[in-house]
Design a protein around this ligand. Structure first.
Ligand SMILES: Cc1ncc(C[n+]2csc(CCOP(=O)(O)OP(=O)(O)O)c2C)c(N)n1
Length: 519
Protein backbone atom coordinates (compact mmCIF):
# COMPACT_ATOMS: atom_id res chain seq x y z
CA UNK A 1 0.00 0.00 0.00
CA UNK A 2 1.71 3.22 -1.08
CA UNK A 3 0.39 6.46 0.24
CA UNK A 4 0.85 10.17 -0.27
CA UNK A 5 4.16 11.57 1.00
CA UNK A 6 4.64 10.88 4.70
CA UNK A 7 7.48 10.70 7.15
CA UNK A 8 8.65 7.48 8.81
CA UNK A 9 6.75 8.19 12.03
CA UNK A 10 3.52 8.59 10.10
CA UNK A 11 4.15 5.38 8.18
CA UNK A 12 4.64 3.65 11.52
CA UNK A 13 1.30 4.81 12.92
CA UNK A 14 -0.59 4.00 9.70
CA UNK A 15 0.97 0.54 9.58
CA UNK A 16 0.31 -0.24 13.24
CA UNK A 17 -3.33 0.76 12.79
CA UNK A 18 -3.67 -1.29 9.60
CA UNK A 19 -2.22 -4.25 11.53
CA UNK A 20 -4.83 -3.95 14.29
CA UNK A 21 -2.71 -2.18 16.94
CA UNK A 22 -5.01 0.43 18.43
CA UNK A 23 -3.45 1.27 21.79
CA UNK A 24 -0.08 2.76 22.66
CA UNK A 25 1.17 2.90 26.25
CA UNK A 26 3.67 5.67 26.07
CA UNK A 27 6.37 7.56 27.89
CA UNK A 28 8.21 9.46 25.15
CA UNK A 29 11.23 11.76 25.01
CA UNK A 30 12.87 14.04 22.45
CA UNK A 31 13.85 11.20 20.12
CA UNK A 32 10.21 10.11 19.88
CA UNK A 33 8.67 13.56 19.22
CA UNK A 34 7.86 12.79 15.60
CA UNK A 35 5.89 9.76 16.76
CA UNK A 36 4.05 11.93 19.26
CA UNK A 37 3.21 14.33 16.43
CA UNK A 38 2.07 11.48 14.17
CA UNK A 39 -0.10 9.99 16.93
CA UNK A 40 -1.60 13.44 17.37
CA UNK A 41 -2.78 14.00 13.82
CA UNK A 42 -3.51 10.44 12.66
CA UNK A 43 -6.79 9.35 14.22
CA UNK A 44 -7.38 5.84 15.54
CA UNK A 45 -4.66 5.13 18.07
CA UNK A 46 -5.52 5.48 21.77
CA UNK A 47 -2.35 6.85 23.35
CA UNK A 48 -2.12 6.39 27.10
CA UNK A 49 0.52 8.27 29.03
CA UNK A 50 2.19 6.36 31.84
CA UNK A 51 4.68 7.79 34.30
CA UNK A 52 7.11 4.89 34.39
CA UNK A 53 7.97 2.48 31.60
CA UNK A 54 7.26 -0.58 33.76
CA UNK A 55 3.65 0.57 33.69
CA UNK A 56 3.69 0.72 29.88
CA UNK A 57 5.08 -2.79 29.44
CA UNK A 58 2.90 -4.33 32.18
CA UNK A 59 -0.16 -2.65 30.71
CA UNK A 60 0.69 -4.05 27.28
CA UNK A 61 0.91 -7.51 28.90
CA UNK A 62 -2.52 -7.19 30.56
CA UNK A 63 -3.98 -5.79 27.35
CA UNK A 64 -2.80 -8.73 25.23
CA UNK A 65 -4.14 -11.30 27.65
CA UNK A 66 -7.62 -9.80 27.46
CA UNK A 67 -7.74 -8.36 23.92
CA UNK A 68 -5.90 -11.24 22.25
CA UNK A 69 -3.91 -8.78 20.15
CA UNK A 70 -0.89 -6.62 20.91
CA UNK A 71 -0.71 -3.03 22.07
CA UNK A 72 2.38 -0.99 21.37
CA UNK A 73 4.61 0.76 23.83
CA UNK A 74 6.55 3.92 23.00
CA UNK A 75 9.73 4.07 25.05
CA UNK A 76 12.56 6.57 25.28
CA UNK A 77 15.88 5.15 24.13
CA UNK A 78 17.84 2.52 26.10
CA UNK A 79 17.07 3.83 29.60
CA UNK A 80 13.32 4.02 28.96
CA UNK A 81 13.35 0.48 27.61
CA UNK A 82 15.46 -0.64 30.57
CA UNK A 83 12.87 0.70 33.01
CA UNK A 84 10.30 -1.46 31.24
CA UNK A 85 12.32 -4.68 31.20
CA UNK A 86 10.90 -6.26 34.34
CA UNK A 87 7.35 -6.34 33.02
CA UNK A 88 8.56 -7.31 29.55
CA UNK A 89 10.14 -10.30 31.25
CA UNK A 90 6.75 -11.11 32.83
CA UNK A 91 4.98 -10.63 29.50
CA UNK A 92 7.47 -12.93 27.77
CA UNK A 93 6.95 -15.67 30.36
CA UNK A 94 3.19 -15.19 30.10
CA UNK A 95 3.17 -15.59 26.33
CA UNK A 96 1.89 -12.08 25.72
CA UNK A 97 2.46 -10.29 22.45
CA UNK A 98 3.87 -6.77 22.76
CA UNK A 99 5.15 -4.36 20.11
CA UNK A 100 7.80 -2.09 21.63
CA UNK A 101 8.69 1.02 19.72
CA UNK A 102 11.93 2.39 21.09
CA UNK A 103 13.41 5.68 19.94
CA UNK A 104 17.09 5.96 19.10
CA UNK A 105 19.36 8.89 18.27
CA UNK A 106 19.59 9.87 14.62
CA UNK A 107 22.20 7.71 12.89
CA UNK A 108 24.55 10.72 12.56
CA UNK A 109 24.36 11.38 16.30
CA UNK A 110 25.17 7.91 17.63
CA UNK A 111 28.90 8.23 16.93
CA UNK A 112 29.06 11.30 19.23
CA UNK A 113 28.24 9.20 22.29
CA UNK A 114 25.77 11.73 23.68
CA UNK A 115 24.51 11.26 27.27
CA UNK A 116 21.54 9.08 26.30
CA UNK A 117 23.45 6.90 23.84
CA UNK A 118 23.38 3.24 24.83
CA UNK A 119 23.39 -0.25 23.38
CA UNK A 120 19.63 -0.45 22.87
CA UNK A 121 19.75 -3.75 21.00
CA UNK A 122 21.86 -5.16 23.82
CA UNK A 123 19.25 -4.08 26.36
CA UNK A 124 16.35 -5.37 24.28
CA UNK A 125 17.74 -8.73 23.15
CA UNK A 126 17.12 -10.87 26.26
CA UNK A 127 13.43 -9.98 26.40
CA UNK A 128 12.72 -9.82 22.67
CA UNK A 129 11.77 -12.69 20.38
CA UNK A 130 12.03 -10.30 17.44
CA UNK A 131 14.37 -7.30 17.34
CA UNK A 132 15.25 -4.82 14.63
CA UNK A 133 16.66 -1.32 14.18
CA UNK A 134 15.08 0.28 11.12
CA UNK A 135 17.75 1.45 8.67
CA UNK A 136 15.67 4.16 6.96
CA UNK A 137 12.29 5.87 6.92
CA UNK A 138 11.46 3.81 3.83
CA UNK A 139 11.85 0.60 5.83
CA UNK A 140 9.83 1.66 8.90
CA UNK A 141 6.39 0.63 7.59
CA UNK A 142 7.52 -2.84 6.51
CA UNK A 143 9.44 -3.32 9.76
CA UNK A 144 6.39 -2.31 11.80
CA UNK A 145 4.15 -4.77 9.95
CA UNK A 146 6.70 -7.50 10.62
CA UNK A 147 6.95 -6.52 14.28
CA UNK A 148 3.18 -6.90 14.74
CA UNK A 149 3.24 -10.24 12.94
CA UNK A 150 6.09 -11.42 15.20
CA UNK A 151 4.19 -10.33 18.30
CA UNK A 152 1.21 -12.44 17.16
CA UNK A 153 3.15 -15.70 16.89
CA UNK A 154 1.26 -17.96 19.33
CA UNK A 155 0.94 -17.74 22.21
CA UNK A 156 2.36 -14.20 21.81
CA UNK A 157 5.86 -12.75 21.53
CA UNK A 158 7.82 -9.63 22.36
CA UNK A 159 8.77 -7.63 19.27
CA UNK A 160 11.06 -4.62 19.67
CA UNK A 161 11.46 -2.11 16.87
CA UNK A 162 14.14 0.52 17.37
CA UNK A 163 13.69 3.66 15.33
CA UNK A 164 16.53 6.19 14.94
CA UNK A 165 14.99 9.65 14.90
CA UNK A 166 16.01 10.32 11.28
CA UNK A 167 13.92 7.31 10.26
CA UNK A 168 11.01 9.12 11.92
CA UNK A 169 11.49 12.52 10.32
CA UNK A 170 12.69 11.61 6.81
CA UNK A 171 9.88 12.03 4.32
CA UNK A 172 10.20 8.66 2.60
CA UNK A 173 7.81 6.66 4.75
CA UNK A 174 5.66 3.96 3.17
CA UNK A 175 2.63 2.68 5.10
CA UNK A 176 2.15 -1.08 4.84
CA UNK A 177 -0.86 -3.36 5.03
CA UNK A 178 -1.15 -6.02 7.75
CA UNK A 179 0.78 -9.24 7.22
CA UNK A 180 -0.89 -12.59 7.68
CA UNK A 181 -1.71 -13.52 11.30
CA UNK A 182 0.50 -16.46 12.27
CA UNK A 183 -1.33 -19.70 13.09
CA UNK A 184 -0.44 -21.92 16.04
CA UNK A 185 1.84 -24.85 15.25
CA UNK A 186 0.37 -28.34 15.02
CA UNK A 187 0.20 -30.37 18.21
CA UNK A 188 2.18 -33.61 18.31
CA UNK A 189 -0.28 -36.01 16.74
CA UNK A 190 2.24 -38.86 16.97
CA UNK A 191 1.84 -38.71 20.77
CA UNK A 192 -1.96 -38.81 20.74
CA UNK A 193 -2.52 -42.56 21.18
CA UNK A 194 0.14 -42.73 23.89
CA UNK A 195 -1.36 -39.71 25.68
CA UNK A 196 -4.84 -41.23 25.59
CA UNK A 197 -3.46 -44.45 27.01
CA UNK A 198 -1.45 -42.68 29.71
CA UNK A 199 -4.54 -40.97 31.08
CA UNK A 200 -5.99 -43.82 33.01
CA UNK A 201 -7.01 -43.56 36.63
CA UNK A 202 -6.00 -41.31 39.52
CA UNK A 203 -2.27 -41.92 39.06
CA UNK A 204 -2.41 -39.99 35.81
CA UNK A 205 -2.48 -36.21 35.42
CA UNK A 206 -3.51 -33.91 32.60
CA UNK A 207 -1.51 -30.73 33.17
CA UNK A 208 -2.77 -27.66 31.34
CA UNK A 209 -1.38 -24.18 30.69
CA UNK A 210 -1.75 -21.12 28.46
CA UNK A 211 -4.64 -21.16 26.01
CA UNK A 212 -5.75 -24.59 27.25
CA UNK A 213 -7.48 -22.74 30.10
CA UNK A 214 -10.39 -21.21 28.20
CA UNK A 215 -13.90 -22.18 29.24
CA UNK A 216 -14.48 -24.53 26.29
CA UNK A 217 -11.03 -26.11 26.50
CA UNK A 218 -11.48 -26.75 30.21
CA UNK A 219 -14.79 -28.36 29.44
CA UNK A 220 -13.04 -30.85 27.16
CA UNK A 221 -10.48 -31.51 29.91
CA UNK A 222 -13.39 -32.12 32.31
CA UNK A 223 -14.85 -34.70 29.92
CA UNK A 224 -11.47 -36.45 29.64
CA UNK A 225 -11.15 -36.48 33.45
CA UNK A 226 -14.64 -37.92 33.84
CA UNK A 227 -14.01 -40.61 31.27
CA UNK A 228 -10.48 -41.69 32.22
CA UNK A 229 -10.37 -40.91 35.94
CA UNK A 230 -7.25 -38.76 35.43
CA UNK A 231 -6.68 -35.67 37.58
CA UNK A 232 -6.47 -32.12 36.24
CA UNK A 233 -4.10 -29.37 37.27
CA UNK A 234 -2.77 -26.14 35.81
CA UNK A 235 0.62 -24.53 36.22
CA UNK A 236 1.13 -22.29 39.26
CA UNK A 237 1.02 -19.10 37.15
CA UNK A 238 -1.55 -18.82 34.41
CA UNK A 239 -1.69 -15.99 31.91
CA UNK A 240 -5.46 -16.25 31.81
CA UNK A 241 -7.75 -18.77 33.50
CA UNK A 242 -11.54 -18.82 33.14
CA UNK A 243 -13.15 -19.75 36.46
CA UNK A 244 -16.29 -19.67 38.56
CA UNK A 245 -19.65 -21.41 38.88
CA UNK A 246 -20.64 -23.44 35.84
CA UNK A 247 -17.08 -23.85 34.59
CA UNK A 248 -14.74 -26.80 34.99
CA UNK A 249 -12.62 -25.95 38.03
CA UNK A 250 -8.93 -26.71 37.95
CA UNK A 251 -6.41 -26.51 40.79
CA UNK A 252 -2.95 -24.98 40.39
CA UNK A 253 0.34 -26.67 41.27
CA UNK A 254 1.10 -24.92 44.59
CA UNK A 255 4.05 -22.53 44.93
CA UNK A 256 5.53 -23.75 48.27
CA UNK A 257 8.02 -26.45 47.35
CA UNK A 258 6.98 -29.08 49.91
CA UNK A 259 3.28 -28.76 49.11
CA UNK A 260 4.04 -28.85 45.37
CA UNK A 261 6.05 -32.05 45.79
CA UNK A 262 3.23 -33.65 47.81
CA UNK A 263 0.65 -32.55 45.26
CA UNK A 264 2.51 -34.16 42.38
CA UNK A 265 3.67 -37.29 44.19
CA UNK A 266 0.72 -39.50 43.18
CA UNK A 267 1.22 -39.08 39.44
CA UNK A 268 3.08 -41.75 37.50
CA UNK A 269 1.96 -40.49 34.10
CA UNK A 270 1.60 -36.84 33.10
CA UNK A 271 0.32 -35.43 29.82
CA UNK A 272 1.16 -31.79 29.04
CA UNK A 273 -1.05 -29.51 26.98
CA UNK A 274 0.23 -25.94 26.88
CA UNK A 275 2.15 -26.49 30.13
CA UNK A 276 5.80 -27.19 30.90
CA UNK A 277 6.94 -30.13 33.00
CA UNK A 278 6.71 -28.94 36.62
CA UNK A 279 9.84 -27.46 38.20
CA UNK A 280 10.39 -25.50 41.40
CA UNK A 281 10.26 -21.70 41.35
CA UNK A 282 13.61 -21.77 43.16
CA UNK A 283 16.17 -24.33 44.27
CA UNK A 284 16.33 -25.01 48.02
CA UNK A 285 19.17 -26.76 49.83
CA UNK A 286 18.54 -30.49 50.02
CA UNK A 287 15.29 -30.41 48.03
CA UNK A 288 14.55 -31.59 44.51
CA UNK A 289 13.95 -29.03 41.78
CA UNK A 290 12.00 -31.38 39.51
CA UNK A 291 8.61 -31.58 41.16
CA UNK A 292 7.35 -34.82 39.64
CA UNK A 293 7.99 -38.16 41.34
CA UNK A 294 11.05 -40.10 40.24
CA UNK A 295 10.35 -42.20 37.18
CA UNK A 296 7.13 -40.37 36.27
CA UNK A 297 6.48 -40.51 32.55
CA UNK A 298 5.95 -37.01 31.16
CA UNK A 299 4.55 -36.68 27.68
CA UNK A 300 4.12 -33.41 25.74
CA UNK A 301 1.10 -33.46 23.47
CA UNK A 302 1.17 -29.73 22.76
CA UNK A 303 3.50 -26.94 23.84
CA UNK A 304 2.35 -23.39 24.51
CA UNK A 305 2.62 -22.26 20.88
CA UNK A 306 0.64 -25.18 19.49
CA UNK A 307 -3.02 -25.61 18.64
CA UNK A 308 -4.20 -26.40 22.16
CA UNK A 309 -7.89 -26.50 21.30
CA UNK A 310 -7.12 -28.97 18.53
CA UNK A 311 -5.04 -31.08 20.93
CA UNK A 312 -7.82 -31.20 23.53
CA UNK A 313 -10.40 -31.96 20.88
CA UNK A 314 -8.33 -34.86 19.54
CA UNK A 315 -7.61 -36.16 23.05
CA UNK A 316 -11.30 -36.01 23.97
CA UNK A 317 -12.01 -38.10 20.92
CA UNK A 318 -9.12 -40.52 21.50
CA UNK A 319 -10.23 -41.18 25.09
CA UNK A 320 -13.83 -41.71 23.99
CA UNK A 321 -14.97 -38.76 26.12
CA UNK A 322 -16.84 -36.75 23.50
CA UNK A 323 -20.25 -37.56 24.97
CA UNK A 324 -19.14 -37.80 28.62
CA UNK A 325 -20.43 -35.01 30.84
CA UNK A 326 -17.49 -33.04 32.25
CA UNK A 327 -16.21 -33.70 35.78
CA UNK A 328 -15.34 -30.93 38.26
CA UNK A 329 -17.93 -28.39 37.10
CA UNK A 330 -18.01 -25.80 39.89
CA UNK A 331 -21.40 -25.30 41.51
CA UNK A 332 -22.47 -21.85 42.64
CA UNK A 333 -21.11 -21.86 46.17
CA UNK A 334 -20.40 -18.79 48.26
CA UNK A 335 -18.83 -18.92 51.71
CA UNK A 336 -20.65 -17.68 54.82
CA UNK A 337 -20.48 -13.97 55.45
CA UNK A 338 -17.50 -13.43 57.76
CA UNK A 339 -17.43 -10.82 60.52
CA UNK A 340 -14.87 -9.31 62.86
CA UNK A 341 -11.15 -8.83 62.29
CA UNK A 342 -9.76 -9.63 58.86
CA UNK A 343 -7.65 -12.75 58.49
CA UNK A 344 -6.59 -14.51 55.30
CA UNK A 345 -9.62 -16.82 55.29
CA UNK A 346 -12.23 -14.15 55.98
CA UNK A 347 -10.59 -11.95 53.35
CA UNK A 348 -10.86 -14.75 50.78
CA UNK A 349 -14.51 -15.28 51.72
CA UNK A 350 -15.36 -11.59 51.29
CA UNK A 351 -13.65 -11.49 47.90
CA UNK A 352 -15.45 -14.66 46.76
CA UNK A 353 -18.81 -13.16 47.75
CA UNK A 354 -18.00 -9.86 46.02
CA UNK A 355 -16.65 -10.98 42.63
CA UNK A 356 -19.16 -9.66 40.09
CA UNK A 357 -20.17 -11.71 37.05
CA UNK A 358 -17.55 -11.41 34.32
CA UNK A 359 -14.97 -9.65 36.49
CA UNK A 360 -11.28 -9.76 35.60
CA UNK A 361 -9.08 -10.51 38.60
CA UNK A 362 -5.46 -9.45 38.33
CA UNK A 363 -3.67 -11.30 41.09
CA UNK A 364 -0.39 -10.40 42.74
CA UNK A 365 -1.55 -11.15 46.24
CA UNK A 366 1.54 -13.20 47.11
CA UNK A 367 1.16 -14.67 50.64
CA UNK A 368 -2.18 -13.00 51.30
CA UNK A 369 -3.82 -14.89 48.45
CA UNK A 370 -3.11 -18.48 49.43
CA UNK A 371 -6.80 -19.14 50.26
CA UNK A 372 -8.23 -17.27 47.28
CA UNK A 373 -8.31 -20.08 44.70
CA UNK A 374 -10.28 -22.69 46.67
CA UNK A 375 -12.59 -20.10 48.22
CA UNK A 376 -13.51 -18.40 44.94
CA UNK A 377 -14.12 -21.64 43.01
CA UNK A 378 -17.91 -21.30 43.16
CA UNK A 379 -18.04 -17.51 42.76
CA UNK A 380 -19.67 -15.79 39.80
CA UNK A 381 -17.90 -16.44 36.47
CA UNK A 382 -14.65 -14.52 36.20
CA UNK A 383 -11.21 -14.44 34.56
CA UNK A 384 -8.04 -14.78 36.65
CA UNK A 385 -4.64 -13.42 35.58
CA UNK A 386 -1.40 -14.36 37.37
CA UNK A 387 2.08 -12.91 37.25
CA UNK A 388 3.85 -15.44 35.02
CA UNK A 389 7.42 -14.19 35.38
CA UNK A 390 7.72 -13.73 39.13
CA UNK A 391 9.05 -10.19 38.77
CA UNK A 392 6.85 -8.20 41.12
CA UNK A 393 5.12 -4.96 40.17
CA UNK A 394 2.96 -6.50 37.46
CA UNK A 395 -0.52 -6.20 39.01
CA UNK A 396 -1.36 -2.49 38.80
CA UNK A 397 0.00 -2.05 35.25
CA UNK A 398 -1.64 -5.27 34.03
CA UNK A 399 -4.92 -4.05 35.51
CA UNK A 400 -4.56 -0.88 33.41
CA UNK A 401 -4.12 -2.96 30.26
CA UNK A 402 -6.99 -5.33 31.09
CA UNK A 403 -9.34 -2.41 31.78
CA UNK A 404 -8.39 -0.72 28.50
CA UNK A 405 -8.98 -4.00 26.63
CA UNK A 406 -12.33 -4.71 28.32
CA UNK A 407 -14.07 -1.44 29.20
CA UNK A 408 -17.34 -3.30 29.91
CA UNK A 409 -15.88 -5.56 32.58
CA UNK A 410 -14.97 -4.77 36.18
CA UNK A 411 -11.28 -5.26 36.91
CA UNK A 412 -10.21 -6.19 40.44
CA UNK A 413 -6.50 -5.72 41.17
CA UNK A 414 -5.44 -7.79 44.17
CA UNK A 415 -1.94 -6.89 45.27
CA UNK A 416 0.50 -7.08 48.14
CA UNK A 417 1.69 -3.69 49.34
CA UNK A 418 5.30 -4.55 48.54
CA UNK A 419 4.48 -5.52 44.95
CA UNK A 420 2.26 -2.49 44.40
CA UNK A 421 5.04 -0.07 45.32
CA UNK A 422 7.14 -1.12 42.31
CA UNK A 423 4.75 0.41 39.80
CA UNK A 424 2.54 2.61 41.94
CA UNK A 425 2.51 5.23 39.15
CA UNK A 426 -0.12 3.04 37.43
CA UNK A 427 -2.71 4.62 39.76
CA UNK A 428 -2.25 7.95 38.02
CA UNK A 429 -2.94 6.44 34.58
CA UNK A 430 -6.00 4.64 36.00
CA UNK A 431 -7.38 7.97 37.21
CA UNK A 432 -6.46 9.85 34.04
CA UNK A 433 -8.12 7.25 31.80
CA UNK A 434 -11.03 6.81 34.24
CA UNK A 435 -10.58 3.03 34.24
CA UNK A 436 -13.09 0.78 36.00
CA UNK A 437 -10.70 -0.86 38.47
CA UNK A 438 -11.16 -1.80 42.10
CA UNK A 439 -7.76 -2.06 43.78
CA UNK A 440 -7.28 -4.04 46.97
CA UNK A 441 -3.95 -3.39 48.68
CA UNK A 442 -3.02 -6.07 51.19
CA UNK A 443 -1.15 -3.93 53.68
CA UNK A 444 0.80 -6.37 55.82
CA UNK A 445 3.66 -3.86 55.88
CA UNK A 446 6.20 -6.52 55.03
CA UNK A 447 7.77 -8.68 52.36
CA UNK A 448 5.99 -11.52 54.09
CA UNK A 449 6.86 -14.22 51.59
CA UNK A 450 10.57 -13.60 52.05
CA UNK A 451 10.30 -14.19 55.79
CA UNK A 452 9.16 -17.72 54.95
CA UNK A 453 11.84 -18.07 52.29
CA UNK A 454 14.51 -17.15 54.82
CA UNK A 455 13.74 -20.30 56.77
CA UNK A 456 13.16 -22.34 53.57
CA UNK A 457 16.74 -21.72 52.49
CA UNK A 458 17.94 -22.88 55.89
CA UNK A 459 18.45 -19.64 57.86
CA UNK A 460 17.54 -20.36 61.49
CA UNK A 461 16.58 -17.60 63.96
CA UNK A 462 17.01 -14.57 61.67
CA UNK A 463 18.17 -11.52 63.61
CA UNK A 464 16.64 -8.03 63.66
CA UNK A 465 18.77 -6.82 60.76
CA UNK A 466 17.49 -9.60 58.50
CA UNK A 467 13.88 -8.97 59.58
CA UNK A 468 14.40 -5.24 59.04
CA UNK A 469 15.33 -5.89 55.39
CA UNK A 470 11.93 -7.52 54.91
CA UNK A 471 9.82 -4.94 56.79
CA UNK A 472 7.92 -2.02 55.23
CA UNK A 473 6.75 -0.39 58.46
CA UNK A 474 9.42 2.26 58.96
CA UNK A 475 7.83 4.53 57.85
CA UNK A 476 4.38 3.07 57.28
CA UNK A 477 3.00 3.44 53.74
CA UNK A 478 -0.22 5.43 53.54
CA UNK A 479 -2.11 4.14 50.50
CA UNK A 480 -5.07 6.46 50.93
CA UNK A 481 -2.80 9.48 50.66
CA UNK A 482 -0.82 8.00 47.80
CA UNK A 483 -3.96 7.16 45.84
CA UNK A 484 -5.50 10.56 46.60
CA UNK A 485 -2.41 12.36 45.35
CA UNK A 486 -2.77 10.53 42.02
CA UNK A 487 -6.49 11.23 41.68
CA UNK A 488 -7.77 7.83 42.85
CA UNK A 489 -10.50 7.71 45.48
CA UNK A 490 -9.49 5.50 48.40
CA UNK A 491 -10.33 4.26 51.88
CA UNK A 492 -8.78 2.13 54.57
CA UNK A 493 -10.33 -0.79 56.48
CA UNK A 494 -9.36 -3.26 59.16
CA UNK A 495 -12.46 -5.38 59.79
CA UNK A 496 -14.74 -7.55 57.68
CA UNK A 497 -17.80 -5.31 57.87
CA UNK A 498 -15.91 -2.21 56.75
CA UNK A 499 -14.22 -4.17 53.98
CA UNK A 500 -17.53 -5.48 52.68
CA UNK A 501 -19.00 -1.97 52.60
CA UNK A 502 -15.89 -0.56 50.95
CA UNK A 503 -15.93 -3.24 48.25
CA UNK A 504 -19.60 -2.53 47.59
CA UNK A 505 -18.79 1.15 47.12
CA UNK A 506 -15.81 0.29 44.93
CA UNK A 507 -17.85 -2.01 42.72
CA UNK A 508 -20.48 0.67 42.24
CA UNK A 509 -17.86 3.28 41.36
CA UNK A 510 -17.16 3.18 37.61
CA UNK A 511 -13.69 4.67 38.05
CA UNK A 512 -10.64 3.47 40.01
CA UNK A 513 -11.22 2.94 43.71
CA UNK A 514 -8.56 1.75 46.13
CA UNK A 515 -9.02 -0.03 49.44
CA UNK A 516 -6.11 -0.31 51.85
CA UNK A 517 -6.72 -3.48 53.85
CA UNK A 518 -4.68 -3.44 57.04
CA UNK A 519 -3.58 -6.97 57.92
C1 LIG B 1 11.57 -7.36 40.64
C2 LIG B 1 11.58 -8.20 41.86
N1 LIG B 1 12.28 -7.80 42.94
C3 LIG B 1 12.28 -8.52 44.07
C4 LIG B 1 11.58 -9.71 44.12
C5 LIG B 1 11.65 -10.58 45.37
N2 LIG B 1 10.37 -10.61 46.04
C6 LIG B 1 9.50 -11.62 45.83
S1 LIG B 1 8.11 -11.43 46.67
C7 LIG B 1 8.65 -10.00 47.37
C8 LIG B 1 7.84 -9.25 48.35
C9 LIG B 1 6.38 -9.19 48.04
O1 LIG B 1 5.78 -8.38 49.00
P1 LIG B 1 4.23 -8.14 49.00
O2 LIG B 1 3.75 -7.82 47.66
O3 LIG B 1 3.96 -7.14 50.07
O4 LIG B 1 3.62 -9.56 49.39
P2 LIG B 1 3.80 -10.42 50.71
O5 LIG B 1 5.05 -11.19 50.54
O6 LIG B 1 3.87 -9.48 51.87
O7 LIG B 1 2.61 -11.31 50.77
C10 LIG B 1 9.91 -9.66 46.90
C11 LIG B 1 10.65 -8.44 47.29
C12 LIG B 1 10.88 -10.11 42.97
N3 LIG B 1 10.20 -11.24 42.91
N4 LIG B 1 10.87 -9.33 41.87
Amino acid sequence: MTDTKMNGAESLVHTLLASGVEVCFTNPGTSEMHFVAALDHIPGMRSILVLQEGVATGAADGYYRMAGKPASTLLHLGPGLANGLSNLHNAKKGGSGVVNIVGEHASSHIALDAPLTSDIEGIARPVSHWLRTSPSATAVGADAAEAVQAAMVPPGQIATLILPSDTAWDESGIAQAALETPAPSAFDNSMLAQAAEALDGPESLLLLGGAALTQSNLEMAGRIAARTGCKLLSEWSNARLERGAGRVAIGRIPYPIDIALDTLKPYKRIVLIGARAPIGFFAYPGKPTILTREGAGVLTLADAGADLTGALFALTDATGATQTPPAHVAKPDLPERPTGPINLNSLAAIIARAIPEDAIIVDESVTTGRAFAPTTKGAAKHTWLNNCGGSIGYCLPAAVGAAVACPDRKVMALTGDGSAMYTVQALWSMARENLDILILIFANRSYQILRGELSNVGVRNPGPRAIDMLSLDRPVLDWVQMAGSMGVEACRVNDCEALETAIETGLLTPSPYLIQIDL
